[in-house]
Design a protein around this ligand. Structure first.
Ligand code: HEC
Ligand code: HEC
Length: 352
């Protein structure tokens, strides 16, 4: 009896380093050998689109810049050529990706060429730059995906590539995404949010949230101040429709002129006004239940079901979030432990 169990033990001991080395190979491969480069976008000079020569690359990058800042005039729902109506609203990419998509902590595209392909929980798959562009096309812009071989998609990818000049592949980029802030441990107070909105936001975005147009409806000229809800806003599947995401963006970028170094609103104010905005009507994205096929990594503030943690839709939309974050951490830890057990089992040799 003692022989086989010794053998099993030895096999187990041999299998452990093997399992570890497999796990290591899977997670550590993309991190380039010397060290991951770090780049900061804070106070980094904006790349100048006019510095590009008038060649194929320069022309496509410039068209990408134009599509980014004046999206509504080229692929918006009011353009003359019906085939070109890819976006479903009259926002510009720069309605959110401020300063030509280069402002730190306003989801800048600087470095995106270096940080994609990237795992995205929403699809539970690796996402390319093109797929990420189409993610915003179908949600933030409430529209249709751009064909991969279209001039417009190539222009976006080229502009993003141009913005990413000088950022090494795989770099860690300080200033990317949004600046973190912690949601208070309570449900968003929508009445308090409405008050803040009326005092600090309505002067630009309108009492009705519908924004202020450059010209008139149907002219494809977009907005001076974009709508924050209503039929011409981002849809309910957009990142900006998630309360924590909206809170972080608003706190560090709004009212206009704010940046992460000089926020105007407190965490509580940003939380409540973001709650007020996500409580308002907006276009609906079909098939939201198909988002996050790996339910366990669905962000806790995804404002649409299904959820796996048993908490209510209301709590996922308006908080309190810290208890949901605790649950998500527990689920992730349980998964990691199960994966580890599975890896050890796989690595152990078959019994005969
Ligand atoms: C309503 C606001 C909004 C608009 C308009 C918008 N986006 Fe985004 N975008 C976001 C948010 C929020 C994120 C990041 C959060 C997330 O979803 O993970 C993001 C992320 C991205 C990223 C990835 C950035 C990174 O660091 O990973 C790309 C690329 C992008 N958007 C492209 C576009 C393009 C192209 C357009 C216009 C066709 C556009 N976006 C319009 C809100 C917006
Ligand atoms: C002085 C005018 C002004 C004020 C005040 C202002 N915004 Fe904005 N806001 C803008 C502009 C302009 C943009 C588009 C981005 C840009 O051009 O930099 C924008 C963009 C946004 C966006 C993303 C785009 C969209 O249409 O959804 C949100 C969300 C937003 N603002 C929320 C707020 C909130 C909340 C407040 C109040 C705390 C506020 N803003 C105050 C001018 C303003």
């Amino acid at each position: 009896m003692s022989k086989p169990s010794t053998r099993l033990l030895t096999a187990g001991l041999l299998a452990l380093p093997l399992a570890l080395s497999i796990a290591y190979a899977q997670t550590a491969a993309p991190a380039a050998s010397p060290a991951v480069a770090k780049v900061s976008l804070i106070d980094r000079p904006q790349p100048d689109i006019n510095s590009l020569p008038d060649d194929e690359y320069g022309r496509l990058a410039r068209y990408g810049h134009e599509l980014t800042t004046r999206t509504f005039a080229h692929i918006g729902p009011e353009v003359k050529d019906k085939k070109m109506r890819y976006a479903g609203n009259n926002l510009a990419c720069t309605s959110c990706h401020e300063e030509n998509a280069s402002k730190p902590y306003a989801m800048p595209w600087v470095g995106v060429t270096a940080t994609f392909p990237q795992y995205r929980g929403r699809e539970d798959d690796l996402s390319t730059v093109e797929e990420r562009v189409n993610g915003c096309m179908q949600r933030s812009m409430a529209g249709k995906p751009l064909p991969l071989d279209s001039k417009e998609m190539k222009a976006y990818v080229t502009y993003i590539h141009f913005l990413s000049t000088g950022i090494p592949v795989g770099a860690k980029v300080e200033g990317s995404a949004t600046f973190p802030s912690k949601p208070p441990n309570r449900r968003a107070d929508l009445a308090a949010g409405e008050k803040i909105y009326n005092e600090q936001c309505a002067s630009c975005h309108g009492d009705d949230g519908l924004g202020k147009r450059v010209g008139k409806k149907g002219d494809a000229q977009g907005y001076i101040f974009p709508p924050v809800w209503g039929p011409d806003s981002f849809n309910d599947g957009a990142g900006m429709n998630r309360l924590i995401m909206a809170m972080r963006f608003i706190k560090h970028n709004m009212p206009m002129g704010t940046n992460h170094k000089n926020p105007t609103l407190t965490d509580d104010q940003a939380f409540d006004v973001a709650g007020y905005i996500v409580s308002k009507p907006r276009p609906h994205k079909a098939n939201l239940d198909k988002d996050f096929p790996a339910r366990w990594n669905k962000p806790i503030d995804s404002a649409f079901p299904p959820y796996v943690d048993g908490a209510s839709a209301d709590q996922h939309k308006y908080g309190p979030f810290p208890p949901l974050a605790d649950k998500a951490r527990a689920v992730a830890a349980a998964r990691a432990a199960a994966k580890q057990r599975e890896a050890e089992k796989q690595a152990a040799p078959a019994s005969n």
